[in-house]
Design a protein around this ligand. Structure first.
Ligand SMILES: *[C@@H]1O[C@H](CO)[C@@H](O)[C@H](O)[C@H]1NC(C)=O
Ligand SMILES: *[C@@H]1O[C@H](CO)[C@@H](O)[C@H](O)[C@H]1NC(C)=O
Ligand SMILES: *[C@@H]1O[C@H](CO)[C@@H](O)[C@H](O)[C@H]1NC(C)=O
Ligand SMILES: *[C@@H]1O[C@H](CO)[C@@H](O)[C@H](O)[C@H]1NC(C)=O
Ligand SMILES: *[C@@H]1O[C@H](CO)[C@@H](O)[C@H](O)[C@H]1NC(C)=O
Ligand SMILES: *[C@@H]1O[C@H](CO)[C@@H](O)[C@H](O)[C@H]1NC(C)=O
Length: 516
């Protein structure tokens, strides 16, 4: 008995003070801050964290945290011709190679990154990396297991690599626009299949090789193929939740940390904001299109329509925008930045107008705030489709924005109590879990540390070539066999017929002659 307890204790404390390398490479504020609570919690549990990211955590109390700031990679986003414009999923695929090249170059040319990778005494027990496969070079270099994390649903390629279902009609890729995944039209099927096949094949033939090439250029030596390295990922942890995503069949190495790693403890609001919200005799509508939808995505006329609509409604509006040169109505308060979570927590805030980014939706549901969704790009279309389907939001089409449509959408959500009821139901569902997102994430990270990976969780599918996974070899062999068999039967039939016709024909000919 005591030996059992000892073993359990050992296995629990073994991983204390592990050295963890966290690499969050996507230059996007929302992809970055989503994980800050996770890094803090790992530090609080006695681990050492080296954080390579574009949004470092500067906090003198965190003595075991080392930051490497790669925010120069924001330049790769600025260079994308898409940014500041509306773009389609095809344009995104088209520009992804350039983006990956530039960001990988900026990442691996960083002097501290080079130094770390060149340091023969450096040692890590685990690499946790966000989305971009170039970061697998670290787990290869330090010979340690890796965990892939995502602040969204995992990408199609990652599900594919781990052997999860990536069926383009059951769980369409998150960037594909589908009006209703339960009633997918033929055209949408065609688009979804084409997009999925393109994503996976481009990843393999274009994107990974491009990143490898840039890494080699920067480091001066060959690195293994990222495709091969990615097959060694121990776990993926994503922000998938059944409220916002389609249900996907996944293996035990896929952990849905779901509702909100980023949900913070309440903080008090700045004085002026607190006054504005506390003293409002009417409901307050909060408006924010997130950090990636910039003001130049809307023209001045459209922006003015928003203010006109707001001015004619009996509510107050708290608006986070970078808009300029517009007359701001009396009932509107504008700011460049707002503490969104604490604003949504305020009892007088009754509606959230959002672009439909996943983290915004999680924050809205956490505080049971119904929404008006205006999707612009990426996963926002599918996210907004889902919240409309759940009955907790109304969608406003980006090209149908006018004073009237805005007024109608806002009035509808604020006057019909079912939106509020539904969003309360969704909040209760989202938080009815055996453990919090953070505890779940920590548990699985320490699981991988204790067992130096999660080898038993690997699906056979992960090691199969595509043709085998799709059973093409067997289908092909059976078809070939059937073809050979039918040809063979046909040959036998023909020759029997020939022989018989000769025999019987000869007999007939003979008997005919006799009769004559
Ligand atoms: C930092 O790491 C050292 C060595 O592992 C450990 O003794 C110390 O408790 C850690 N400090 C904090 C604040 O976690
Ligand atoms: C990058 O980080 C540095 C140091 O914190 C800061 O001065 C600079 O403004 C940041 N640049 C960008 C593009 O965020
Ligand atoms: C790597 O380390 C070696 C010595 O260990 C040093 O000579 C070399 O200049 C370093 N290279 C880089 C790119 O830092
Ligand atoms: C994958 O992991 C196995 C077991 O940890 C290791 O032997 C192998 O070298 C790894 N492959 C690559 C390409 O890193
Ligand atoms: C606002 O006006 C200033 C000064 O006329 C101009 O420089 C700026 O480009 C304008 N901004 C927008 C978004 O129109
Ligand atoms: C502004 O954008 C709206 C919606 O996309 C569009 O209908 C309208 O024609 C645009 N107006 C101008 C002046 O460009």
């Amino acid at each position: 008995m005591s030996s059992v307890i000892f073993t359990i204790l050992c296995s629990l404390c073994f991983c204390e003070g592990a050295k963890i390398l966290a690499v969050v490479s996507t230059p996007s504020y929302s992809h970055q801050v989503y994980f800050h609570n996770l890094w803090r919690e790992l530090l609080a549990r006695g681990h050492h964290v080296t954080l390579i990211s574009t949004e470092p955590i500067y906090d003198n109390d965190l003595i075991n945290l080392t930051n490497i700031n790669i925010n120069a990679t924001y330049d790769a986003v600025d260079k994308m011709k898409l940014m500041g414009k509306e773009f389609s999923m095809w344009q995104l695929i088209n520009q992804f190679e350039d983006f990956l090249r530039t960001s990988t170059k900026l990442h691996f040319s960083h002097p501290e990154v080079k130094k770390l990778l060149n340091d023969s005494s450096a040692h890590f027990d685990l690499v946790i990396y966000e989305l971009v496969a170039s970061s697998l070079v670290y787990s290869w270099k330090f010979s340690c297991p890796s965990i892939l994390v995502s602040s969204l649903d995992s990408s199609l390629e990652d599900h594919f690599i781990l052997g999860n279902s990536f069926h383009p009609l059951v769980t369409p890729e998150q960037n594909v626009h589908i009006a209703d995944p339960e009633k997918i039209s033929f055209l949408e099927k065609l688009v979804s299949i084409t997009y999925s096949v393109s994503c996976i094949s481009f990843m393999y033939t274009k994107f990974y090789p491009a990143a490898e090439e840039e890494i080699k250029k920067q480091l001066g030596y060959d690195v293994p193929s990222l495709w091969e390295l990615s097959r060694n990922i121990s776990l993926i942890m994503d922000a998938t939740n059944p409220i916002f995503h389609n249900i996907r069949a996944v293996g035990p190495n896929t952990i849905h940390i779901g509702s909100g790693l980023h949900i913070n403890k309440p903080k008090s609001l700045p004085e002026d904001l607190k006054d504005f919200l506390d003293n409002s005799p009417v409901p307050v509508v909060y408006f924010s299109l997130g950090t990636n939808v910039k003001g130049n995505l809307l023209n001045q006329t459209t922006k003015a329509e928003f203010y006109k609509a707001f001015s004619e409604l009996p509510y107050k509006f708290l608006v986070k925008v970078d808009w300029e040169n517009l007359t701001i109505p009396k009932n509107v308060k504008v700011a460049r930045w707002l503490p969104q979570q604490d604003v949504l927590r305020h009892a007088n805030v009754k509606l959230f107008i959002t672009q439909g980014g996943l983290q915004s939706l999680q924050e809205a549901v956490t505080n049971a705030i119904p929404m008006v969704g205006i999707p612009f790009f990426g996963d926002q279309f599918q996210n907004v489709q889902k919240i409309v389907k759940r009955g907790i939001a109304v969608k406003l089409h980006r090209h149908e924005i006018s004073k009237e449509t805005i007024k109608n959408a806002i009035t509808k959500v604020l006057t019909d109590p079912t939106y509020k009821q539904k969003v309360e139901e969704m909040r209760d569902l989202m938080y009815d879990e055996p453990m919090t997102s953070l505890d779940k994430a920590i548990w699985w990270i320490e699981y991988v540390l204790r067992h130096k990976g999660a080898p038993l969780f690997k699906s056979n599918a992960a090691n199969m070539p595509m043709y085998e996974y799709l059973m093409l070899d067997v289908i092909g062999a059976v078809l070939a066999f059937l073809i050979v068999l039918s040809v063979f039967i046909k040959l036998i039939y023909k020759s029997l017929k020939f022989i018989l016709s000769r025999l019987i024909g000869g007999y007939f000919v003979k008997s005919k002659k006799k009769r004559d």
